[in-house]
Design a protein around this ligand. Structure first.
Ligand SMILES: Cc1cc2nc3c(=O)[nH]c(=O)nc-3n(C[C@H](O)[C@H](O)[C@H](O)COP(=O)(O)OP(=O)(O)OC[C@H]3O[C@@H](n4cnc5c(N)ncnc54)[C@H](O)[C@@H]3O)c2cc1C
Length: 446
């Protein structure tokens, strides 16, 4: 009997999951495992909301696996130790997982692969969390793209990967499961949750996709920039943890585009966002220095003022700039922020408060349900003007005109800053016109 271990990481689903599908097809029995990695949980930028959301997704995955006759094994400890024990306890001949493109994951996975092979276990890893992998979309000279538009053109020219069938994990009588811990709560892992979580798990993700593809998607191009409309998919936490695959999303969008030819501008615009997601993953893969420094190294010399008091006021959403405050309060109370507002608050932190994008990047990682190193880092460096395709450093958002343009009736602002038209609302903490000049002076010499 050939026994395989499937190692769940950011692919918490049984539908359209490349590695687990291959494991089920290529072996007689599959032992699904999830390892709580103390290194990840102890990192200073972990989002308690995301951990709690992940645990809820795991609870539902465990239930789904049990309904099909299998058992999800939970372990908690250094990954190499746990993996080595699980492979032995299961008597595994093969290890399957979907690839991850973050620097820490690459190092960890290389070590796990070496360990597994030393134990005589075959290792099979798959493309799953992206449509096209970093090495699949390259310039004619074989080098990586650093600019989005030509990258997106090349991306669109490639053949799309196909969806794989959902799996069922039955348990052959002779299979002995490795020891498993009960699924911990976020509290047991040391995290306090202060937001209400959106529906978790793969069923909720597919339901949300269905609702979006037959509704807001059709006017996405016109409405996506208006935070009061709330007309984007809200799929980001699901794509982050893999309760939904980007292939399944693409299939739904292609179908909507065929069924509603008049909505092609919207479906095309949505696909563009999925391309940004792959784009930032390939940036992190080819230029891993971005995880701790500017994409363009000359900007590492920027002399940010890094005023801690101003930073605290920005985090609380009390800057006296209504759109910025609404965004930060949306983040603090829901674990999510609209994309347009993410750009506004990030530009405000860097260009108006003259605080390093890295401070904002970390705060977002601690708060977002969709916290994701590649997309978050890319979004922050774009907004600060230090990254790829950066908005030029001399083009600085005016937070008041952004509010007039994208929240003209003030509905979004009133939702999160109800005191905005009263005397209780804070005066602006800085003067935008003056800070703009300071920001220009900061960037100009470089
Ligand atoms: C400063 C800043 C920080 C950000 N941090 C994150 C983050 O930590 N995690 C994250 O997933 N996204 C991040 N984004 C990108 C974007 O804001 C979110 O993906 C989007 O708001 C999620 O909402 P949605 O699912 O409704 O998006 P939709 O508009 O419905 O887009 C569909 C999907 O495309 C992807 N996507 C959309 N826009 C982008 C983008 N600009 N870059 C990369 N992928 C994108 C997401 O997976 C998203 O779920 C950040 C953007 C900025 C400006």
């Amino acid at each position: 009997m050939k026994i395989a271990v499937h190692w769940f990481r950011c692919d918490l689903r049984l539908h359209d999951n490349t590695a687990i599908h291959a494991a089920v097809t290529g072996s007689d029995a599959v032992v699904p495992i999830f390892i709580f990695d103390p290194k990840i949980l102890a990192a200073p930028d972990v989002s308690p909301g995301q951990v709690a959301f992940m645990i809820e997704c795991l609870r539902l995955l465990e239930k789904n696996i049990e309904t099909t006759g299998g058992k999800l094994i939970f372990r908690h400890g250094p990954v190499l130790d746990e993996m080595s024990a699980v492979l032995r306890e299961a008597g595994a001949q093969a290890l399957y997982y979907n690839r991850d493109y973050e620097p820490y994951a690459r190092e960890r996975d290389a070590a796990v692969e070496k360990l597994a092979r030393s134990l005589g276990v075959e290792v099979h890893s798959y493309k799953d969390s992206v449509i096209h992998e970093p090495h699949e979309v390259l310039k004619a000279d074989g080098g990586p793209y650093g600019v989005f538009t030509p990258y997106s053109r090349c991306w669109r020219s490639k053949t799309k990967p196909v969806v794989v069938p959902a799996v069922k994990l039955s348990r052959p009588a002779r299979l002995k499961y490795p020891a498993s811990l009960p699924l911990p709560s976020a509290k047991e892992l040391g995290f306090t949750l202060d937001i209400v979580l959106p529906p978790a798990g793969e069923r909720a993700a597919r339901d949300r996709l269905k609702e979006f593809a037959s509704g807001d998607l059709l006017q996405y191009a016109d409405n996506r920039d208006f935070p009061a409309h709330d007309a984007t998919s809200r799929l980001s936490p699901h794509l982050r943890l893999g309760t939904l695959s980007p292939r399944t999303v693409l299939v739904a969008i292609d179908k909507a585009s065929r069924d509603h030819p008049k909505a092609r501008r919207s479906t095309g615009s949505f696909v563009n966002e999925l391309i940004w997601r792959d784009f930032y993953r390939q940036i992190l893969w080819h230029f891993p220095h971005v995880a701790h420094a500017c994409f363009r190294p000359k900007y590492d010399a920027l002399k940010w003022e890094n005023n801690e008091k101003l930073f605290a006021v920005w985090c609380e959403g009390c800057t006296g700039y209504p759109l910025v405050d609404a965004g930060m309060r949306q983040l603090n109370t829901t674990g999510w922020m609209h994309n347009r507002v993410r750009m506004v608050v990030a530009t405000f932190l860097t260009k108006d408060l003259l605080i390093s994008w890295q401070w904002g990047e970390r705060y977002f990682m601690q708060k977002l349900l969709d916290a994701d190193l590649a997309s978050n880092n890319g979004g922050w460096q774009w907004s600060a003007g230090t990254g790829t395709d950066a908005q030029p450093w001399f083009r600085i958002f005016n937070p008041a005109s952004q509010a007039q343009k994208f929240d003209p009736e003030g509905h979004y602002i009133q939702r999160y800053v109800p005191e905005v038209d009263t005397r209780a609302y804070s005066a602006p903490i800085v003067n935008h016109a003056g800070q703009r000049l300071k920001a220009l002076a900061l960037f100009r010499p470089l």
